[in-house]
Each structure stands twice: as C-alpha cells, then as structure tokens.
Design a protein around this ligand. Structure first.
Ligand code: AVI
Length: 323
C-alpha cells in the first residue's frame, strides 16, 4: 500500500502556505504571528519580565493605578460586556476586572482567542481569583467571532491591549480597527494599548536585550519550521538583528543568513535558497506619537476620547468612541 508524504493537511496548512509565500518573496518575510507556538509563548513570557522590556510594566501600571478613571470614563450605567481581543494570560486585564467587580458593576467579560486551551486556562484562573466575575470565553478568529457575536443588546467595551496593534503594518491595523468599528454600536467604546515614542536607546534595548531572549524568540521560528514542516535549518547559520528607526517609529526585526545555503523543507518537498547576509523579516513593532494615534483613529472611523498614560508616558491605553 502506498502512502503519500507529506499528508496534504500539513502542506496546505495556513503556516505552510504562509512560509512558502514568505520565503519565496523578495525580501523574504515571515509573519510575527507564528512566533507564538508553545515554546514561543513561553519565551514571550520571559521577554515580558526582562529589565529592558518596559511595555508590559508600563501598561500594567496604567491598569493597576487608574482602573477607577478608566471605569469613570465609560458611559455605562446599565449592564455591558467587555470583549477582549487576544486576551493571552489576562494578567493585566485582571486589574481592571477586579476593580469593576469590586464596584459591583454589572458586566460580562468575553475574552476572544484562537486557542481553546488558553481560554480554558484563563476561565479556570478567573473562577479562582475573581469568583464574582461573569465570563463567557469565545474561541476563534477575531473576524468570525466579532461578526457572529450576540451581545444581548448590551453596549460593548472592546479591549485590544498589550500594544499588539503595533505588530500590524498600517493597512492591517486600519483593517482590524475598521472591523471593530463596523460591529460597534454608538455607545460602544474601544480601549487600545499603544507603545509611544521615547528615547530611541530605550526602545532599541527593549528589542535587543542583553540576555538574548528576543534573539531566541526570533530563532524559535526556525525551530518551529524544522519541527512542523520538516525543514533542516541550522540555527547557528542564522543571526538575529533588530533596529529602531526613530524617524518613523518602527522597530524592524529580522534573521540574517550567515552563509549562502539551501534549506530543505521535507513537508513542502521544496528547497529555499539563501544568499549570504540575506534577511528574513520577522516583525514590525511600531511606536506611535499621539498625533499618529489621532490619525489612526480618524482613518478607522473613531475619535480619541481620552488617553491613559503610565507615569513615564512610555505607553498609553487610548479610549476611543465612534466618530
Ligand atoms: C506582542 N507584541 C506587542 C510584542 C512587541 O513588543 O511588539 C512582541 C515582541 N517582540 C519582541 N519583543 C516583544
């Protein structure tokens, strides 16, 4: 009996398709969304604890110190929903939720994530730490979940925290924000985390830490392709490079091929050729000015109602309403 290798499902998976396209493009690129397999998610947890990586602490400070101001800025005197895109471990959001539960606010927390396992874990953790909280987890892709959501006629506060918006190219960011705008009623609100421009050295160091954790985060993409697509990347044949351009606020991260080499992907039955010093672009991490945030809001059908800052003005959670 003959079996086909690879099974068609691997070859046609979104990861395989994106890798095939990204590595045959000029310049080569891979989406940063593929950083987050189990190992990558663990490395990202380590990044968030690095002394150089300030965004998590800055946003945590906002949500820990200003939940009362954030709650007071919401127009809700009747039951509402909090819908969170990309809830992750929910650690930062918990501060806001804790405050609202303590105030006996009548709301349901609806975190959305593509990973059913992550949602189950979050639900379990919240049941333990905030037993009074009403939680309804939603598993799937943002677009599908938001378009099929039944909000029970209640107003919705959408959360998109962590500065994740900065990982989208401008068109992608506008598309995502417009998608939220399209499902939002007049009394809806959106709270988005933006990492702000600051001394360029602070940003540069946050994305090229001394312990090499961000480097491992990027190289893990190669390990993931080896494991999931049967590739034969040698990790010592690639370097990591990232730089911040203070003129446009963009941190760009990349992998650099240290030699001319061919990498074979068994599952794709295909080789990819690398020139010496050829790059694979892996991530954009955009830093914003307040003017850029206003413009992004306007381009996606919103107006900025209020910005909540940490004490160093490194980060803002920006509250938007429909224009
Ligand atoms: C998830 N995202 C907001 C992080 C960032 O800062 O762009 C991912 C990251 N990349 C390198 N360090 C952290």
């Amino acid at each position: 009996m003959s079996t086909t290798f690879p099974p068609p499902s691997i070859k046609e998976s979104p990861f395989a398709t994106d890798v095939r396209e990204g590595l045959s493009a000029v310049p080569k690129s891979l989406s940063s969304k593929y950083f987050y397999d189990d190992a990558g998610s663990r490395i990202f947890q380590q990044i968030m604890e690095l002394p150089e990586y300030y965004p998590t602490r800055a946003e945590m400070e906002i949500l820990t110190r200003q939940p009362a101001d954030i709650a007071a800025a919401l127009p809700y005197r009747k039951p509402f929903n909090i819908i969170e895109l990309g809830a992750g471990d929910g650690l930062k959001t918990k501060e806001l939720l804790k405050y609202l539960v303590g105030q006996q606010a009548d709301f349901t927390y609806m975190p959305i994530d593509i990973s059913g396992e992550a949602m189950q874990q979050l639900e379990g953790k919240l049941a333990e730490t905030l037993p009074g909280l009403k939680v309804k987890t939603l598993v799937g892709d943002y677009f599908e979940v938001l378009n099929n959501l039944d909000s029970d006629g209640r107003p919705n506060l959408y959360l998109f925290l962590g500065g994740n918006i900065g990982n989208y190219e401008k068109d992608g960011a506008i598309n995502l924000l417009r998608m939220i705008r399209n499902v939002m009623q007049a009394d809806g609100r959106l709270l988005t985390g933006f990492d702000l421009r600051k001394n360029p050295r602070i940003i540069q160091e946050a994305y090229d830490d001394a312990a090499g954790v961000t480097r491992a985060f990027n190289l893990n993409l190669l390990t993931r392709m080896n494991r999931e697509l049967g590739a034969d990347f040698f990790l010592d044949q690639f370097d990591f490079y990232s730089f911040y351009n203070p003129r446009n606020g963009e941190v760009r991260s990349m992998l650099v091929s240290l030699s001319e080499q061919d990498v074979y992907f068994k599952s794709l039955n295909q080789s990819v050729h690398f020139q010496k010093n050829e790059l694979i672009h892996t991530e954009l991490s955009k830093k914003y000015t307040l003017t850029e945030i206003d413009a992004l809001a306007a381009e996606s059908g919103f107006v900025v109602e209020r910005n909540f800052f940490d004490s160093q003005h490194y980060f803002t959670d920006s509250l938007w309403q429909c224009d």
